[in-house]
Design a protein around this ligand. Structure first.
Ligand code: UD1
Ligand code: UDP
Length: 359
């Protein structure tokens, strides 16, 4: 029976790549199901090209919708797929709607589920991702954790420790495997970007869905642009709102389409600092040693604060935080404080457990 990976959204592809590759090295029988939650070339196909991921065996083409409509469509599509394909185990990644939908469908069909990036908690149920994480972990037979505090979170929710494996971080496997392909100078030349800039990326509902919040953020980003150029690849979720609020009207704000993986990490690597609400970017900046200012009241990735370059900021203190970093008071990652097991071998550890389990 096959190991079936379910991926659907941008961060899933980055996390799945090293697991698929390590299983391929072991000669495992596997298949990749793309749900189609993300479908634009720049949100999906570019990652398969950049990361050498195999073309998905199937793309369910589910697309966008309200939470209920999207999750329901995901479940219907995945149920048909799993019924036909009869996976030995289903592997789900992260905390997006495709993740929880696949876990629910598998559980109802009595197919074992493995969750990669289990046990992260923001303790903020207003985030759709927090709901997805909690439900997915409850339904998972195997929980692969990226950081030690996840083990305690899972135990507190009654997840038996024999289901939990601390394996490290597959998103960091992908980062380390591609380190010599992130060329910030070449990217700047190609896109005509200035030498010194702050990179920004925002897509969380709490930041981009409400026009009043967007207007405040645009005012802050314009103030930052008075000090230093701001380069922002715009996620489709916030595009209309940021356009309406005039984000691009400042001469030193450079708006881009979403970037492919290699270009985006090159942009981050060459930046003075990153302003973000992304989950994955908090981790990537920690390993790259780039100061990260996270525009959120909480994070499910506190290890990027204790062992990395991340800081939580509010809209009100963002400008001051950027100013500090520009004056050299940003946090610098020290190699020996990188989180344990973020060593580029998480995919191998996950593959070892999966092949053992599915034998
Ligand atoms: C999803 C995840 C979020 C993750 C993010 C990564 C959920 C609930 N949210 O958020 O956790 O951090 O992906 O990027 O699963 N759209 C396009 N083209 C696309 C995809 C989306 O234009 O290829 C637009 C559509 O208008 C859509 C909106 O973006 O309605 C939101 O897409 P959706 O997949 O529902 O959630 P994200 O905000 O992308
Ligand atoms: N990313 C990218 N292009 C972009 C923005 C992000 O390739 O324009 C990458 C980023 O480096 C990381 C992943 O996408 O590997 C994170 O995805 P995202 O921020 O969309 O989701 P989250 O991690 O918040 O769930």
């Amino acid at each position: 029976t096959a190991i079936v990976h379910v991926v659907g959204a941008r961060p899933n592809f980055v996390k799945a790549a090293p697991v698929v590759s390590a299983l391929r090295d072991r000669g495992a029988h596997q298949a990749v199901v793309h749900t189609g939650q993300h479908y634009d070339d720049r949100m999906s196909a570019v990652f398969f090209r950049d990361l050498g991921l195999p073309t998905p065996d199937v793309d369910l083409g589910v697309g966008s919708g309200s939470h209920a409509a999207q999750t329901a469509a995901l479940m219907v599509g995945l149920e048909q797929e799993f019924t036909a394909r009869e996976p030995g185990i289903v592997v789900v990644y992260g905390d997006v709607n495709s993740t929880v939908a696949a876990a629910l469908v598998s559980a109802k069909l009595h197919i074992p589920v493995a969750h990669v990036e289990a046990g992260l908690r923001s303790f903020d149920n207003t985030m759709p991702e927090e709901v997805n994480r909690r439900v997915t972990d409850q339904l998972s037979d195997l929980c692969f954790a990226t950081s030690p505090e996840a083990i305690g979170h899972l135990a507190a929710e009654g997840v038996s420790p024999d289901r939990v494996h601390l394996v490290g971080n597959p998103m960091i496997d992908t980062l380390l495997a591609n380190l010599d392909r992130f060329d910030a100078e070449a990217l700047r030349a190609r896109l005509g970007l200035p030498e010194r800039y702050v990179a920004a990326t925002l897509h969380r509902p709490a930041n981009v869905d409400d026009p009043d919040t967007v207007a405040l953020l645009v005012a802050r980003l314009h103030e930052i642009a008075d000090l230093v150029d701001v380069v922002m690849p715009v996620h489709p979720r916030g595009k209309a709102a940021f356009d309406r609020a005039g984000l691009g009207d400042h001469p030193r704000v450079h708006l881009l389409e979403p970037l492919g993986y290699l270009d985006f990490v090159a942009l981050v690597r060459g930046s003075e600092a990153v302003v973000t609400d992304s989950g994955g970017v908090q981790e990537e900046t920690t390993v790259l040693g780039v100061p990260c200012l996270t525009l959120r009241p909480n994070t499910e990735r506190p290890i990027t604060i204790t062992h990395g370059t991340n800081r939580l900021v509010t809209e009100a203190d963002l400008l001051q935080a950027v100013t500090k970093v520009l004056h050299g008071h940003g946090s610098e990652a020290l190699l020996d404080t990188t989180p344990p097991l973020w060593d580029g071998r998480a995919g191998e550890r996950i593959a070892a457990v999966l092949t053992q389990w599915s034998r």
